[in-house]
Design a binder for this molecule. Structure first.
Ligand code: 6GU
Length: 235
């Protein structure tokens, strides 16, 4: 999968070079490029924002640098022979991101992320590109971040670990929270490792019993209990 990210804080995305995602890039499973939006400004102050039409607080990102940036990124990818891109615009006003959305994005060959800052990007940018390719405005939850960078990191991490070969043992994707299949609609059961007693707290006996059916039943009960307490909306 090819991923392009455009941001005024490209260094923010440096974390994507680490851990599982760093390995995925080294292995050639993910080809990730981060671009500085200010490359596509032409004034001395490298201006990317301006006051909102209609008044109100804050600043809005100007459309011209975004147009030049996205044209360049899309042109480069097409020239390299990539099939069509999907543009993702992170915004608290977007559609809520969830595991099915992560799976749907993981099935795409090429994702381009446009990270807004301030009060957001001039709406004409999303509207213009929607005439040229699929565009999705996505929110990662009901709270406000100062910019799209952290949201994009969350989305990319959720998407990349679904790509074949990125997670070493694909079975670990099966029983985790929000996974599709027999565990769908339940958050994950609690997990334990050695030692058997830590600070006076013992690992539940059933997990040491070696009785697989009882372990499976206990885990399902625990997943249901946790879901009822933490996420009654899922039941
Ligand atoms: Cl995608 N962006 C920003 N700035 N805030 C958010 C968000 C995105 N999702 C939730 N809050």
């Amino acid at each position: 999968m090819r991923i392009d990210v455009v941001s005024v804080f490209p260094d923010y995305l440096a974390g994507l070079k680490l851990s599982l995602l760093g390995r995925a890039q080294a292995d050639g499973l993910v080809d990730l490029a981060v671009h500085d939006l200010r490359q596509w400004t032409h004034d001395r102050h490298r201006t990317v924002d301006d006051t909102p039409y209609g008044g109100g607080p804050g600043m809005v990102m100007k459309p011209e640098p975004w147009g030049e940036a996205l044209d360049a990124v899309l042109e480069r990818g097409s020239a390299a022979g990539l099939p069509s891109a999907r543009l993702v615009v992170p915004t608290p006003a977007g559609r809520r991101f969830d595991q099915p959305t992560a799976q749907r994005l993981a099935d795409e060959p090429w994702l381009v992320f446009a990270c807004g800052r301030y009060e957001g990007i001039d709406q004409r940018v999303a509207d213009h590109y929607a005439e040229r390719l699929p565009v999705e405005e996505i929110s990662i939850g009901d709270y406000v971040l100062s910019g799209g960078e952290v949201a994009v990191m969350a989305i990319i991490e959720a998407v990349a670990r679904l790509l074949p070969g990125v997670v070493g043992n694909p079975e670990s994707l099966v029983e985790e929270s929000h996974a599709p299949g027999e565990w769908s609609g339940l958050v994950e059961y609690p997990v334990y490792t050695k030692p058997p007693v830590w600070r006076g707290l013992a690992v539940p006996d059933v997990l040491l019993s070696g009785h697989h059916a009882n372990v499976a039943q206990w885990r399902r009960e625990q997943a249901r209990r946790r879901t009822a307490v933490h996420r009654p909306d899922l039941l």
